[in-house]
Design a binder for this molecule. Sequence first.
Ligand code: CMP
Length: 135
Amino acid sequence: MTQRTLVLIKPDAVRRGLVGEVLSRFEAKGLAIVAMEHRTIDAALADAHYAEHVEKDFYPPLRDFVTSGPLVSLVLEGDEAVDVVRAINGATDGRKAAPGTIRGDLSLSNRENLVHGSDSPVSAQREIALWFPSL
Ligand code: CMP
């Protein structure tokens, strides 16, 4: 079934010049970019996006990280896009993510893990409404 999912190319990827590398992996897979924006977000958007994590110990440094510089937010569309993007991204911790995935190939961190992908169709709907209210 065709789905849309929210992807963030996080500030570490932008700083490291990996936006093109990351985008090309999604495009090569056949996913369509239906919206894309380069922006620096404030703490309020970070808190809303990561609402399920705001009380966790790892959240304060995560908030500092995601607000530390520009990121690229995008909506991707394609068959089973939610799960396909999560497979391309790899496991959360770059040290454990499988080779061949974005995190497995390019990240050594649990926090600075280059990308975010919505974890379910329900999350995708919420996150797309938050980041791209006009869609
Ligand atoms: P993401 O897919 O954006 O979803 C939640 C984010 O929290 C995750 O990627 C990581 O960037 C971060 N994260 C998750 N678990 C940890 C952790 N144990 N320590 C630090 N950061 C984490």
